[in-house]
Design a protein around this ligand. Structure first.
Ligand code: NAI
Ligand code: MG
Length: 339
């Protein structure tokens, strides 16, 4: 079977990690009877130079048509420049759920062994709706948008996921003590949905306390259900439990389309140096393979990846190794071929 997939290599380390991932998927697909028809497009500054648009219309059309995209990180300038490509794509395709599983890889030593938690982050609202303006010089206002519809559907997503995968516990993360109306609404929606899932324990934790609790004892959590901003911050924090940003995958899910991308950004500090760890994007691609219903291909990739971590000989610098992006990818390719 051939799958048409929109590919956004991205910038910074994007082309390096997506290059590695495409190579590995091609090999795993060939071995499991699955072919990929990649439709590559630039987005962000690269796209603007070539087309005069930050997100070219052909890219929108491609995602609309293929319904599945694999995306590398895109640099978003601070201050002026353009609106976040990520936020824009999530809005445009109504990718309301950001699903981020944080799971330890076998053989990789960290301060927190055997982590297995999931972050379910609302992906379209909150302060990330990007509604900011200058009221008068020296005073700006940013609007935090929380809706009943958005909160209810992300809560429903989290509880459905828990039920389907036998997860026992959901913590809604909030700051409703201060933001009584907005976070209060979010909590009310989560509570209401929780009532339909008596087999899943439901708790509420305040976000600052959650940061402390996570570092003290992450094992008390199972699924973290959050608004957009808290989820963004908690994702980077949680990535540290399993070895850092080089590892944690993500999926932006809507009812029509899905975009798979790592939690990390474009890492300009190591871009172009063959240093980036492609694991996070590779595990995002594994999520994608499950989404397009190719579990055998997904398992082949995941098994090869885990084999490389178990052996521990060909790891990238961020996780204590000495190998480059390319050598790591070759090791995964080799591990997939091994009987
Ligand atoms: P970042 O996630 O790019 O990097 C943070 C730190 O983690 C850096 O030291 C980096 O070298 C390291 N790191 C990240 N990914 C790695 C990998 N795969 N392998 C090894 N080390 C890795 O965050 P930063 O520096 O704050 O953001 C850089 C740019 O990325 C910004 O323009 C930001 O807006 C953008 N960004 C884009 C995202 C996306 O497209 N999904 C997500 C997050 C940030
Ligand atoms: Mg982030």
């Amino acid at each position: 079977k051939t799958h048409r997939i929109t590919l956004i290599p991205g910038d910074g380390i994007g082309p390096e990690v997506s290059g590695a991932v495409v190579k590995i998927l091609e090999a795993a697909g060939a071995a499991t009877g699955v072919a990929f028809d990649w439709h590559p497009y630039d987005a962000g500054a690269n796209a603007f130079e070539k087309t005069g648009e930050y997100i070219p219309k052909v890219l929108y059309d491609s995602i609309e048509k293929n319904r599945v995209a694999l995306k590398g990180p895109v640099t978003t300038p601070i201050g002026g420049g353009f609106a976040s490509i990520n936020v824009t794509l999530r809005q445009k395709f109504e990718l309301f759920a950001n699903f981020r599983p944080v799971k330890s890889l076998p053989g990789l030593k960290t301060n927190y062994p055997d982590i297995d938690l999931v972050i379910v982050r609302e992906n379209m609202e909150d302060l990330y709706a990007g509604l900011e303006h200058e009221v008068v010089p020296g005073v700006v206002q940013a609007l935090k948008i929380i809706t009943e519809k958005g909160s209810t559907r992300i809560a429903k997503f989290a509880f459905d996921y828990a039920r389907k995968h036998g997860r026992k516990k959901i913590h809604a993360i909030h700051k409703a003590n201060i933001m009584k109306l907005s976070d209060g609404l979010f909590l009310r929606c989560c509570r209401r949905i929780s009532e339909g899932f008596p087999e899943v324990a439901y708790h509420e934790h305040i976000v600052d306390n959650t940061c402390m609790q996570l570092v003290m004892n992450p094992y008390q959590y199972d699924i973290l259900l959050t608004e957009n901003l808290y989820g963004d911050i908690l994702s980077d924090l949680c990535s540290a439990f399993v070895g850092g940003l080089g590892l944690v995958p993500g999926a932006n899910l809507g009812t029509e389309c899905a975009i798979f991308e790592a939690v990390h950004g474009s890492a300009p500090d190591i871009a172009g140096k063959d240093m980036a760890n492609p694991t996070a994007l590779l595990q995002s691609a594994v999520l994608m393979l499950h989404h397009i219903d190719e579990p055998a291909t997904a398992e082949r990739v995941q098994a090869g990846l885990e084999q490389v971590y178990r052996e521990g000989k060909t790891l990238t610098k961020d996780v204590g190794g000495t190998s480059g992006t390319k050598a790591f990818a070759d090791a995964v390719l080799e591990a997939m071929e091994a009987p």
